[in-house]
Write a protein that binds this ligand. Structure first.
Ligand SMILES: Nc1ncnc2c1ncn2[C@@H]1O[C@H](COP(=O)(O)OP(=O)(O)OP(=O)(O)O)[C@@H](O)[C@H]1O
Ligand SMILES: [Mg+2]
Length: 275
């Protein structure tokens, strides 16, 4: 991306966003509600047109190479009454149908070799995300974190070269956020896939990231963690005082991010002390 801008509903959401993402890199997209994080993923998919700059995705214009992209849209959890098995949710990723009627791709009517390869790949991604123990259960009976793992497997099953994950950590506890981030980092390395993940709280995921892209107040800040995670830069971006501390093990900790104090609800000015 080189100096790109996007407008939604006639209003400019952000401008001057530039970023390079290499194969095998894990990039987080951060920023408060409404900053345009989902819009950025949609711009990469060619679903939201850019109004300035240039974007090249997998060697083509945005929208042209979407077969090489795995996309997990921002969503809520499955209701407990959903009976479809986790395995079948993952399988939907193989035929590209997300919420349509499942095509019987794995029925034996297809060529035996394709059938075997598809089954093998299903098993492989389910193992990769650590979901083997519950993949045969109805997804409505899986926990939020288990559901997220199955959805990541769905986005991965067609061996994408780029994986776009919109808040896969939403509603997970802090250890699960770190656990899924570690998993995604391993997938980046093993499958040589580039990952862009939208998230709210940088702290649990920071040790796993190669790059960050912050969106706030219509502008962007991007780079490797050591460059971007400074009190000075984050305070200037958000327009409020943000501190960056180092714990006894040398890990960076961001204190005062306005967008995480109230979880996913819009933050009130008097919503209490920042975490
Ligand atoms: N279809 C639409 N029509 C008009 N405005 C829209 C539309 N979709 C999004 N917007 C606006 O564009 C801005 C960016 O939205 P976007 O969904 O990209 O934010 P976000 O950073 O993903 O927020 P969140 O953290 O809440 O998911 C918001 O102000 C939103 O209200
Ligand atoms: Mg969003």
């Amino acid at each position: 991306m080189r100096g790109i801008a996007a407008a939604v509903g006639g209003r400019q959401v952000w401008s001057d966003v530039s970023l390079d993402v290499e194969p095998g890199q894990f990039v987080a997209v951060l920023g408060p509600n409404g900053a345009g994080k989902s819009t950025l993923l949609k711009a990469i998919l060619g679903l939201t047109p850019i109004t300035a700059g240039t974007v090249e995705v997998l060697g083509g214009r945005a929208g042209r190479r979407n077969a090489g992209i795995g996309y997990l849209p921002q969503r809520r959890a499955f209701d407990a009454s959903v009976r479809i098995r986790g395995l079948d949710i993952v399988r939907l990723g193989l035929d590209g149908a997300r919420w349509g009627i499942p095509v019987p791709l794995l029925s034996r009517s297809i060529a035996p070799q394709r059938y075997a390869a598809a089954r093998q790949r299903l098993r492989e991604v389910i193992e990769l995300v650590g979901a083997s123990a519950y993949a045969h259960r109805p997804i409505g009976q899986c926990s939020g974190g288990e559901q997220q793992r199955l959805l990541i497997a769905q986005a991965l099953v067609r061996r994408p070269r780029l994986l776009l994950l919109d808040e896969p950590l939403d509603s997970l506890d802090v250890p699960s956020q770190a656990g899924i981030s570690a998993l995604i980092r391993d997938i980046c390395r093993q499958e040589k896939v580039a990952v862009m993940m939208v998230a709210h709280d940088v702290n649990p995921i920071l040790p796993y990231l190669d790059r960050l892209l912050y969106l706030a107040r219509g502008t962007a800040l991007s780079g490797p963690p050591e460059e971007v995670i400074t009190g000075e830069k984050l305070s200037a971006l958000y327009g409020i005082r943000i501190e960056v501390l180092r714990d006894s093990t040398g890990r960076l900790v961001v204190v005062g991010q306005p967008d995480i104090a109230a979880g996913h609800a819009p933050t009130e000015p008097d919503a209490g002390p920042p975490r």
